[in-house]
Write a protein that binds this ligand. Structure first.
Ligand code: SF4
Length: 464
């Protein structure tokens, strides 16, 4: 569960898939989804196939709430050889069980199940056109739009159908799709959302993040390339390109700053190592005269450790989080609501009392969380609070799979740094520079749109 400012940003899903990994494929998908829980807490689902039929279990809630031992046993009873899984935090189409994924269609040419992570830009138009042609939708999710597009071309075989369907689609997507006997995984041509390929025994696994492979006992092979379609069937694994021409890669840089788990490796870079570098560079660029460095759990901690190492100040556990405050916590009154903040994240008075504190956070979104945090640090005895942010100011919404507040709610879009400092009550406030960010995430090809307010315009579909 996220605690800091970036809790205002919500990742919109995680996907996992497996083919030919031996016994207990549903159990392995379950382990993979468990490792991806941070990418979505609203619903979870697994679809599996034995080559002739697809079975599906999905529900609202955490992975541990949706899947019981008996339902995993039921999925296993068909002796599945391939399957896909999904955890969802969704805004497009809203919540509810209907929109939980995987989505499944059963029709004359066979069955299909689909799960995706991302945000499509032209779903409304596509849905309207399809409805005008008599298509009936059972959900409000854009995943069903993709599924129906694939079904439209299904007679041409699953691979051609996916390729043709995705030529209609604009936006960010990393998806896994299965027919009765074939697994397909696709990363959009810009590669906005992560997707990785791994090996397990004689089979293959796919997941949003490599931490899922660790949980499944699998080995990371590589990231799925921009615009790559991976097909796994009885003949093995093959790779095809979705587009004939390349478009500039735009992999989300906030996966490194905040969304991904620290033990994941994305496009060759370990997330923990990147966050620590962000902290080191931040300390070089924005030093502070203080006694200790603390981080906002969880994602701010590696950057705080990096800041401490570089500055020579000790890193201390100044904020203690309670891992057991769930989504279901009931807070009926203002008093309990205020106490709930403390229950989630409690300043450690023993560490903070009489100290000048550098607090490292990964971003400022609305500013309200930082204001409350700084007040609580002072109440716990901190004599000075110097806030250091391990990314440049977040000034513009994301349209590529992350649910963000509007520009009017983004404090860095509306106010100067000095004005934000005054609003949140810090003694000093400083952000990492864009140069510093790009130094910590070398190689280029990352999306920076929420930091620059510049968005890629051209689509693969327009180029083909
Ligand atoms: S706009 Fe920001 S959050 Fe969205 S994909 Fe780009 S870098 Fe990631």
């Amino acid at each position: 569960m996220p605690y800091g400012e970036l809790a205002a940003l919500k990742e919109e899903c995680g996907v996992v898939a497996a083919y030919g990994v031996g016994d207990d494929l549903p159990g392995l998908l379950y382990m993979g989804l468990f490792a991806l829980q941070h990418r979505g807490e609203e619903s979870a689902g697994i679809a599996v196939s034995d080559g002739e039929q697809i079975e599906l279990v999905k529900g609202l809630g955490l992975v541990s709430e949706v899947f019981t031992t008996s339902c995993l046993h039921d999925l296993n009873s068909i002796e599945p050889k391939l399957g896909i899984g999904h955890v969802r935090y969704g805004t497009t189409g809203g919540g509810g069980l209907d929109n939980a994924q995987p989505l499944i269609v059963r029709y004359l040419q066979g069955n299909m199940a689909l799960a995706h992570n991302g945000n499509l830009a032209n779903t409304d138009r596509l849905r309207r056109e399809m409805e005008e042609n008599g298509q009936i939708f059972q959900t409000t999710s854009d995943t069903e739009v993709i599924l129906n597009l694939v079904a439209r071309y299904r007679r041409e075989g699953i691979v051609t159908a996916v390729r043709k369907a995705l030529r209609h689609v604009q936006g960010a997507y990393s998806l896994v799709l299965q027919s009765n006997d074939t697994l397909v995984a696709v990363r959009d041509p810009y590669a906005f959302r992560p997707l990785a390929l791994g090996r397990l025994g004689d089979g293959y696994v796919i997941a949003s993040e490599s931490c899922a492979f660790d949980a499944m006992g699998a080995e990371l092979i590589r990231d799925v390339k921009p615009g790559e379609m991976i097909i796994i069937d009885e003949e093995g694994l093959r790779s095809e390109r979705l587009c004939e021409q390349d478009v500039p890669r735009h992999a989300c840089i906030f996966e490194y700053i905040y969304f991904a788990r620290v033990d994941s490796v994305i496009d060759g870079l370990n997330v923990h190592a990147v966050r620590r570098s962000l902290g080191r560079i931040l300390a070089q660029e924005q030093p502070a005269d203080a006694d200790i460095v603390i981080g906002v759990p969880d994602s701010g901690i590696p950057a705080a450790v990096g800041y401490a190492l570089e500055s020579g100040m000790p890193y201390e556990e100044g904020l203690v989080k309670n891992r057991y405050v769930g989504r279901t916590f009931i807070s009926p009154g203002q008093l309990l609501r205020n106490l709930k903040v403390r229950l989630k994240l409690n300043p450690n008075r023993h560490v903070l009392e009489g100290k000048r504190v550098v607090v490292v956070e990964d971003s400022i979104v609305r500013g309200t969380t930082s204001r409350n945090l700084i007040r609580s640090l002072r109440e716990a005895g901190a004599t000075e609070v110097h806030m250091r942010i391990s990314s440049p100011p977040y000034i513009s919404p994301c349209y590529y799979g992350i649910d963000t507040p509007s520009t009017s709610e983004l404090v860095a879009a509306q106010h100067s740094i000095e004005s934000i400092r005054s609003m949140i009550g810090a003694d000093s406030l400083a952000f990492l520079s864009m140069e510093g960010l790009l130094q910590a995430v070398p190689g280029g090809g990352n999306c920076l749109s929420c930091l620059t307010a510049k968005y890629p315009q051209q689509t693969c579909q327009e180029r083909n």
